[in-house]
Design a protein around this ligand. Structure first.
Ligand code: AMP
Length: 430
């Protein structure tokens, strides 16, 4: 019989192994801390939502809704979709849970997996993780500025390198239609150079032509009119207000008049965090204001502003988050089979007292066991053989200094005392 073949993961889906996940934990913890200081509470959302939530919030003409969603009919025929992003879910929860009444100016952050059926490449997956934050119920420039300040503080806290904040305004209900018309005129004048997708975008959603990835389109669109020139008085004042507050707090950013967000509901403030050295997929995160979204989802006319950061890309620009992993404080090495029980008992007592403790199986030479302890990068090895069990004194070997010590280590001492003496040996002050 042939050996059964191994089953690979689904294309674009990947595993996050402990080394990477340790760094992710540090990124997530820092988010909780920094966002907490700005008054944000965590919301945990389902990964599955009704398809209509995304169709309505993202707009039928976006790439995500047109071709990237994992959608299927449930057994009762309800159309369901694995969330491609979380803002729509946050707004649904805000309305459904009554926050809209009890805490209309809610500040929420989330983290978790998102799903988009994009073409996989470096930094782009079909399941990826985001950390994001949303401020609802606020339309003043201070809300945008505070959110951006929080984002910048967070990036600094995790040691993100070579990132740049780009800012723009994409206008609102008053001035966007004017701009859209100008873009349409520009597109019509350059029709022959634009790709088939952009021909379609031209009629349905001309703003999307600005972030077309096709090189010839990019060249043409580089000369297109920019939103900033078409802003109405109110949008101009809003942008100036945000910029003044950012500058007051010393936030560095660059204006990028070509920055548009892929999603229909964005208005006014749009921003992106770009990472140098990330290659083609260089956006670490982005966000903006979405004043029409809550109403579009059947709620009151409540404004909002938020961002989402991609955890995979954040980990690339903040490679030192989480620091170097520590090996265990001690590894316990039972020399004989009869030392296994006492070794486990000792490990339990030490672990109960907060030490990171490794345990090796018996049945190998001392040399092999010590090599195993070294491989784990343990600071100390506690050797339990016949002699140690008889005298009730463990031999502790300092693996960095290669010395044996027995006196301090009575196996009959309390777990707290044992933990303390091991900590003293490695010079860790409690
Ligand atoms: P978006 O919701 O498209 O604004 O994306 C926000 C951030 O999520 C991006 O800047 C990326 O860091 C990350 N992101 C979006 N799509 C993917 C993907 N397919 N794979 C990995 N990260 C992604």
């Amino acid at each position: 019989m042939p050996a059964p073949r191994t089953i690979p993961a689904v294309k674009g889906f990947r595993d996050v192994l402990p080394e990477e996940s340790r760094r992710w934990q540090a990124l997530e913890e820092a988010a909780g801390q920094v966002f907490g200081r700005f008054g944000f509470g965590e919301i945990r959302l389902p990964v599955l939502e009704r398809t209509e939530l995304f169709a309505r919030s993202l707009g039928e003409t976006t790439d995500i809704v047109e071709k990237e969603m994992y959608s299927f009919a449930d057994r009762d025929e309800t159309g369901l979709t694995l969330r491609p992003e979380a803002t729509a879910g946050v707004v649904r929860a805000y309305l459904e849970s009554g926050l809209a009444q009890s805490d209309p100016a809610a500040r929420l952050f989330y983290r978790g997996p998102m799903f988009r059926r994009e073409r996989p490449q470096r930094g782009r997956y079909r399941q990826f993780y985001q950390i994001g934050a949303e401020v609802l119920g606020r339309d003043d420039p201070l809300a945008d500025a505070e959110l951006l300040l929080m984002l910048v503080r967070y990036l600094a806290a995790v040691g993100a390198r070579d990132t740049r904040l780009e800012l723009n305004s994409v206008g609102d209900r008053t001035c966007r239609p004017v701009y859209r018309e100008r873009l349409r005129e520009f597109g019509r004048a350059h029709l022959e150079g634009l790709c088939a997708d952009c021909h379609r975008r031209l009629e349905r959603n001309p703003l999307r032509m600005l972030d077309c990835k096709v090189e010839s389109c990019r060249e043409i669109m580089a000369r297109a009119p920019v939103a900033a020139e078409s802003l109405c008085e109110a949008c101009r004042a809003h942008l100036d207000g945000v910029r003044a507050l950012l500058e007051q707090e010393g936030v560095t950013y660059t204006m990028n008049v070509r920055l548009v967000r892929g999603l229909d509901y964005y208005c006014r403030t749009a921003f992106e965090v770009v990472g140098a050295g990330l290659g083609a997929q260089n956006a670490v995160g982005g966000g903006g204001r979405y004043d029409g979204l809550v109403a579009a989802l059947g709620g009151p006319d409540v404004p909002g502003v938020g961002f989402a950061l991609g955890l995979e890309r954040l980990a690339m620009v903040a490679p030192d988050a989480g620091g170097e992993p520590d090996g265990p404080t001690a590894v316990i090495l039972p020399l004989e089979p009869q030392a296994v029980g006492p070794a486990l008992a000792l490990a339990t007592r030490l672990r109960d007292n907060g030490l990171v403790v490794g345990l090796e199986p018996a049945g190998r030479s001392l040399k092999a066991l010590l090599r195993a302890a070294d491989r784990r990068r343990a600071r100390l090895a506690v050797i339990l053989g016949e002699e140690e069990l008889r005298t009730r004194r463990g031999t502790v070997r300092d693996l960095t200094r290669h010395e044996d010590r027995r006196e301090a280590f009575s196996l009959d001492a309390s777990g707290a005392e044992l933990a303390r003496s091991l900590r003293t040996m490695i010079g860790a002050v409690e």
